[in-house]
Design a protein around this ligand. Structure first.
Ligand SMILES: O=P(O)(O)OC[C@H]1O[C@H](O)[C@H](O)[C@@H](O)[C@@H]1O
Length: 445
């Protein structure tokens, strides 16, 4: 389902030292299973894939169908963990140009609530003016300013354009069971709503309705996605021996690299469709491990694109980095390089070859060059871009993240640092209740 190869880290760290983590990994696995570690009230993701019922999937699919039947465009409003998982899967599986095609079989999925760009929101509302659109409003806390602001605009526009009754049909809320403004609005307005379980943090919520509903609306098979994750749940399970457990080995390897001053992990793809998987992964590892003045900095690049921008830095810059490459074994389509009688570009040596063969050689050449340049390389191969593989990959990263955070000694399931900017922003905007903070912050300006 995935294969993990750490051979190209071994010039920098030893296999022995990676395997020396075995007992610590076991302790981390036990702590996750038994709920005895830090942040143990946020372990709902651990056995989430295998506990998803057919009824739940049927409910999600039926709601998705209502949106698909009644909308040309669906705006997914959310930020962080309430945004990135859905976008990661949808972009990985979508045709890159569907949004430009005239005849669409599924609604166009657009995103809002993840920025406060006035022009972005203006242009979005302008685009939606003559569209039959719906909204999926996603917020666990139900109080996130960026999302709430976007939803306020979208709700009004949807009601104005489509009427209150239709708006009720095409606005869906995904939020806490009881708390938060999103819950109050959903209950008052009578929106269809789904619950984000208390014990699943945002960045681990892709397999809850947070990810599953938008993915189903976009036309992808959520059953297969969950099946892929469930298979990975088994492959990374607590009783799978260290040497065969990809989550265990990835977690141990990155902690060992960190000990050797490799402070930045660059997630690499050679397929532009994986860009948002990297964005999702950055939140997962950044919020989970970046605390107590510790933690690997998660960065990401899209190759070949970034080989022509960041390639220089990676090859010869400060040697504090390592790369983790996600390689896709098989493409979904076949395209050969054509032969050209004139051969003015000198590319006839590639004629008849698959484009992916060229890409794979770029990948191999890059790996060898970067390893020669002092960059350890972890390689993860997934069979193809399909629901099963992506479901498996996401769960693999989640499980490894839980283990890795425990190896690092932090609570991987909180994010106290994110509040600092919010407090300042509220103080600067004179939010009621922030009078003291407002005074104090103004004195600093
Ligand atoms: O789902 P929400 O409560 O709106 O939160 C959305 C995101 O913003 C927060 O500030 C956190 O840093 C993230 O972990 C979270 O995923």
């Amino acid at each position: 389902m995935i294969s993990l190869n750490i051979e190209k880290t071994l010039g920098f760290i030893s296999k022995e030292n990676v395997f020396a983590y075995e007992s610590q990994v076991k302790a981390a696995q036990d702590a996750l299973e038994n709920g005895t570690g830090k942040g143990n009230d946020f372990l709902g993701w651990l056995h989430l894939p295998s506990s998803i019922t057919q009824e739940h999937l049927a409910d999600l699919k039926a709601t998705a169908q209502v949106l698909r039947d009644n909308c040309e465009v669906v705006v997914v409003a959310g930020i962080g963990g309430s945004y990135l998982g859905a976008r990661a899967v949808i972009e990985a599986l979508s045709n890159s140009f569907t949004w430009l095609q005239d005849k669409k079989s599924t609604p166009v999925i657009l995103y809002a609530g993840h920025n406060i760009g006035e022009d972005y929101l203006y242009e979005l509302t302008e685009y939606l003016q003559d569209k039959k659109f719906g909204v999926i409003n996603i917020s666990k806390s139900g109080t996130t300013t960026e999302t709430a602001l976007a939803f306020r605009l979208l709700k009004k526009q949807c009601e104005d354009q489509r009427g209150k009754d239709m708006a009720k049909k095409v606005i869906v809320a995904i939020t806490d069971a009881k708390k938060g403004a999103a819950r109050v609005t959903a209950d008052n307005e009578g929106y269809k709503s789904f619950i984000i379980p208390d014990n699943v943090g945002g960045r681990f919520s892709v397999l809850t309705p947070v990810g599953l509903l938008p993915i189903a609306v976009a036309g992808f098979d959520i059953e297969k996605l969950v099946a892929g994750a469930t298979a990975m749940e088994k492959l990374c399970g607590k009783d799978v021996p260290f040497a065969e457990n990809p989550a265990a080995i990835y977690a141990a390897t990155r902690n060992e690299l960190y000990k050797h001053d490799k402070k930045i992990e660059i997630l690499v793809n050679f397929n532009p469709k994986l860009h948002y998987v990297s964005e999702w992964w950055k939140q997962l590892y950044g919020e989970s491990e970046g605390k107590e003045n510790k933690g690997i900095f998660p960065a990401a690049v899209d190759f070949s694109t970034d080989l022509h921008s960041m390639g220089q830095w990676i090859q010869e810059g400060e040697r504090t980095i390592y790369e983790t490459v996600i390689s896709v074994e098989k493409t979904n389509h076949k395209l050969e390089v054509p032969s050209d009688a004139q051969n003015l570009d000198g590319l006839n040596f590639l004629a008849g070859k698959r484009v992916d063969e060229v890409n794979k050689m770029a990948e191999l050449g890059t790996q060898l060059a970067h390893v020669d340049g002092g960059v350890p390389n972890i390689r993860i191969v997934i069979p193809a871009l399909n629901e099963e593989s992506i479901g498996g990959l996401l769960y693999f990263f989640e499980k490894a993240c839980g283990i890795s955070g425990y190896l690092l000694g932090v609570n991987p399931f909180n994010q106290p640092g994110v509040e600092a900017y919010k407090k300042n922003m509220f103080a600067l905007l004179n939010k009621p209740g922030y009078e003291e903070e407002s005074k104090a912050i103004r004195a600093r300006l």
